[in-house]
Design a binder for this molecule. Sequence first.
Ligand SMILES: [Fe+2]
Length: 300
Amino acid sequence: MIVASDLLFSTLSGKNKVNPRFGDGPHRPSQAGLLSRGKVILGFTDYHSHILPALDDGSNDVLESLRMASILAEAGFSTVHCTPHRLVGAFEATPAQVVEQVATLQRSVDAADIPLQLLPGMEYYLDEFLMFNLQSPLPLGNSGLLLIEAPLQAIPPSLVHSLRQVRATGVTPLIAHPERCQVFFIPEGKGPATPRLSLRQALGGLLPGSGPRPAAVQPNTPLLDRLREMGCRFQADIASFSGGFGVEVQRRAMALLKMGVYTQLGSDAHRAKGLAETLRRGLLAIEEAAGKEALELLLK
Ligand SMILES: [Fe+2]
């Protein structure tokens, strides 16, 4: 049974201590941590991480991977999908290599007494090589989900076409961090006509305490609905809610969260540095906006 709320947020309240075994990471949750408190297992699942060492632009080495594992366990995660980039020409780890590295890192995690299960996966870039890569795909554990990153310059028709092809292979596309992709939003000025401004709005920054208002975020609802009808799912980066990718992405993430678009959460963690604070702020922001039950569902 997953019980987040008080346990999660009391632990995320900045009381992490230093674990001398892993440098500046927090201590493992053996005594004051989540897993021992009230015999409740939180069992949060991280659907997106770059925790495997030296495979892509994520963790640099095993020590950093153990720091990341320790921080994630401390935050209440018990399962982490290891999803290095699969991007032809840049990051070309094979499914077999990922599976092998997961097993290797799991042994180190176990030896360090960090209560975390690692599962193999991959973050596939949606390009012309994707279908070739899917001849032997590596889904997220046994979930049947395939983590896919849409290019920043994607256009709706080709995105739908490609994802339909992916769907036809029998896997379920889990679209990574849509809040970071312009294609899922209507560009400013191309949405429905803007209502007439009030005098105060028109004067903008000329009036004291009334700076120019940022344009409202407009999700591309027809596109999102179409992809959802096709069976696609959507994973949010926790860092998007903590402002790690800027204010615009933060506003987009909030808009999609309130629309109920997201089905999974991921740390998308690349480094140990700053991870604990990113998780703390991001999860609190999600809870504040959507409530504890919704947060727990996204972390299942
Ligand atoms: Fe990623």
